[in-house]
Design a protein around this ligand. Structure first.
Ligand code: SAM
Length: 215
C-alpha cells in the first residue's frame, strides 16, 4: 500500500511521540520504552494500522509495534490514535523502516510474535527475496524471535501463500496452523482480528489463507 505523497507526512511521522527512531541505543531498550517487560508482538507492513491498533486495544498485556516503510500510510494510524485521545492504547509504538533492517531494532530473541498481513507479493521471480516470507526474511526472524516465538501470515494471494509454504521445506520451521480458507474455520475465526485488506478482499468473496509457524 503506497498512498500518494502527503505533504508534511514525513515531518509529522518523524516528530510523533509514538514513533521510535534509531537514537543509537537500539536494539535493546524496548522494556524502557514501554515501561514494562510484557511480550513484544510486531506487525511488519502495518499499512494504515487497523489491525495493530485493534490488537493493542484488545490485549493491554502485550506490547505492540507497527512497522511500515511509508510515512504516507503510517500517518493514518497516528492520526487515528490522536483522535482516540485518552482511549488510545498505551501499549503501541511504531517504526518507520524497511523490514530488511529489522535486526537493527531488535535484540536476539526479543520479539514474541511477528504478524505479516497481506504482504506485498513481489510477483516477479527476480524480486522473490523481497517477499517477507522468503528464506532470507525467515533467517532474520530466526534471530529476533524468542524461543517460543511464532510468525503469523495472512493473505488473499494464493501464489504468495504457496511460495511461503514452499520456503519452509528443508528448514527447521514447522507449521502450527495452516488454512487456505481461514474464514471457513469457525475455531480459528473466534480470535481472528480483521485487517483492512482482509475485510476488503473477503467482502469480494476471495479466500483468505493463513499459516502460523514456529521452530
Ligand atoms: C498490502 S499492504 C497491507 C496492509 C495491512 N497489513 C493490511 O493487511 O491491511 C502492505 C504494507 O506493507 C508495507 N511493506 C511492504 N514491504 C515492506 C517492507 N519491506 N518493510 C516495511 N513495510 C513494508 C507496505 O508499505 C504496505 O503498507
Amino acid at each position: 500500500m503506497r498512498l500518494r505523497n502527503i505533504p508534511g507526512a514525513r515531518e509529522f511521522v518523524a516528530a510523533h511521540p509514538l514513533v521510535i527512531t534509531d537514537s543509537g541505543e537500539l536494539p535493546g531498550p524496548w522494556k524502557d520504552i514501554f515501561g514494562n517487560d510484557y511480550p513484544i508482538h510486531i506487525e511488519i507492513g502495518m499499512g494504515k494500522g487497523r489491525f495493530i491498533i485493534d490488537m493493542a486495544v484488545r490485549d493491554p498485556n502485550v506490547n505492540y509495534i507497527g512497522i511500515d516503510r511509508y510515512e504516507s500510510v503510517m500517518i493514518k494510524a497516528l492520526q487515528k490514535l490522536d483522535k482516540m485521545g485518552d482511549t488510545a492504547p498505551e501499549n503501541l509504538r511504531f517504526i518507520r523502516m524497511d523490514a530488511v533492517d529489522i535486526e537493527e531494532f531488535f535484540k536476539e530473541g526479543e520479539v514474541d510474535r511477528i504478524y505479516l498481513n497481506f504482504s506485498d507479493p513481489w510477483p516477479k521471480e527476480r524480486h522473490s527475496k523481497r517477499r517477507l516470507q522468503s528464506r532470507e526474511y525467515l533467517q532474520r526472524y530466526d534471530k529476533i524471535l524468542s524461543r517460543d516465538g511464532h510468525v503469523e501470515f495472512k493473505t488473499d494471494n494464493a501464489a504468495l501463500f504457496e511460495f511461503a509454504v514452499r520456503e519452509l521445506e528443508g528448514t527447521h520451521w514447522k507449521l502450527k496452523y495452516i488454512s487456505r480458507d481461514l474464514h471457513s474455520d469457525p475455531e480459528a475465526m473466534k480470535n481472528n482480528v480483521m485487517t483492512e485488506y482482509e475485510e476488503k478482499f473477503s467482502a469480494r468473496g476471495q479466500k483468505i489463507c493463513k499459516y502460523v509457524i514456529y521452530r
